[in-house]
Design a protein around this ligand. Structure first.
Ligand SMILES: C=C1C[C@]23C[C@H]1CC[C@H]2[C@]1(C)CCC[C@@](C)(C(=O)O)[C@H]1[C@@H]3C(=O)O
Ligand SMILES: O=C(O)CCC(=O)C(=O)O
Ligand SMILES: [Fe+2]
Length: 364
């Protein structure tokens, strides 16, 4: 039993929220209104060129601004998304001892956490999470992590999440083609091919009700360090995006998925598309859940923008060459993902390469 782990079944009943869950004023400034997002209807996409070009134009405008849009008619098997949400409630409803069998040890991606109290000492997120590495080439990888940690009768949890990840992965590949078209690439399949051998990280977020929702946050303000994120939220409002100089609510829409640009895709677009700066707020009355699929390139693939994005005379490289393996390691070995991850990572890379050169020089 991990005794420093946050126990939300006790915490949510206490009259006061512990101060370690409070965030700085600047991070809890209330949102102002709803963010109006383009709604991309995927049933027409790729079948009808006019629809495709209209969708691409809307995606381009949104991604150059705040990096967020919605997709509908994504073609998931009926009931799959609802079943996945219900299955996440089943997992988080397990006893603390059972959930701790799937505990996420610092430095690893897969596993259960509560308040990230193992990794951080302040500004703790008011959430329980289950994070699972999804690797395309290894069938049942999601399922096997859970069955290896939980008792056999919980097998359906891993099976549902595995099926949901496969569907999300199919959608990622369609979105990569839409993004290639939206950037006007000569080869519209450039990004689809770039991520062909990519992997993903699947995250279930569970946000208990909170007695002080004006001081705590479900997830603090951040940019996802990954490439493209697809987020399924339940019907409880909570996701907010920073756009137009203020926090704005992404209102839940039945049947819609939220898509947002992450740091790795911002680098791949040479900064033309913006990594979405977002957070999740909590409330006093209701549990809120979200299921998040973070696409990542193959670990050792070097992140270099498509050549045509570097052709213009003033089109200089905005970010250094890097691999997802390096950026993921950076986020898991001490640096806490925030709004300037990519800039800090770039400086860290530069200092590492200076160190390597010094070591190399000394050894010659
Ligand atoms: C590479 C990753 C780091 C996080 C999990 C994946 C993709 C999203 C990242 C995260 C969810 C962004 C918000 C902050 C974070 C610390 C969290 O709330 O869990 C991030 C994850 C992490 O560092 O473990
Ligand atoms: O729950 C949400 O709406 C946001 C979650 C999120 O940003 C994340 O898990 O990275
Ligand atoms: Fe996020």
């Amino acid at each position: 039993m991990n005794n420093t782990d946050a126990n939300f079944s006790l915490l949510q009943r206490q009259p006061n929220v512990p101060a370690k869950f409070f965030w700085p004023e600047k991070d809890v400034i209330p949102s102002e209104g709803d963010l109006e997002l383009p709604i991309i209807n995927l049933s027409g996409f790729l079948n009808d060129e006019t629809e495709t070009q209209l969708a691409a134009k809307a995606v381009r405008e949104a991604c150059m601004d705040h990096g967020t849009f919605l997709v509908i008619n994504h073609g998931f098997k009926s009931g799959l998304a609802e079943n996945a949400l219900e299955t996440s409630s089943l997992f988080f409803g397990l006893s603390k001892d059972e959930k701790l069998k799937a505990y996420r040890t610092p430095g690893n991606i897969s596993g259960y956490t509560a308040g990230h109290s193992q990794r951080f000492s302040s500004n703790l997120p008011w959430n329980e999470t289950l994070t699972l590495a999804f690797k395309k080439g290894t069938p049942k990888v999601v399922e096997e992590f859970l069955t290896s940690r939980l008792r056999d009768e919980r097998q359906e949890i891993g099976q549902v999440f595995q099926e949901f990840c496969e569907a999300m992965n199919g959608l990622i590949m369609e979105l990569m083609e839409l993004l290639g078209i939206s950037m006007g690439l000569r080869d519209r399949t450039y990004f689809r091919r770039f991520f062909e051998e990519g992997n993903a990280i699947f995250r279930c977020n569970y946000y208990p009700p909170c007695k002080q929702p004006d001081k705590a946050l479900g997830v603090g303000p951040h940019n996802d360090p990954t490439a493209i994120t697809i987020l399924l939220q339940d019907d409880v409002v909570g996701l907010e995006v920073f756009a137009g100089g203020k926090w704005q609510t992404v209102r839940p829409r039945p049947g819609a998925l939220v898509v947002n640009v992450g740091d790795t895709f911002m680098a791949l677009s040479n900064g033309i598309y913006k990594s979405c700066f977002h957070r999740a707020v909590v409330n006093k009355e209701k549990v809120r859940r979200s299921l998040v699929f973070f696409s990542c390139p193959k670990e050792d693939k070097v992140i270099v923008p498509p050549p045509e994005l570097l052709e213009g005379k003033e089109a200089s490289r905005r970010y250094p060459d890097f691999t997802w393996h390096q950026l993921q390691r950076f986020t898991q070995s001490g640096y806490r993902v925030d709004s300037t991850t990519l800039q800090n990572f770039s400086s860290w890379l530069a200092s590492e390469s200076v160190k390597d050169q010094v070591v190399h020089k000394e050894s010659t």
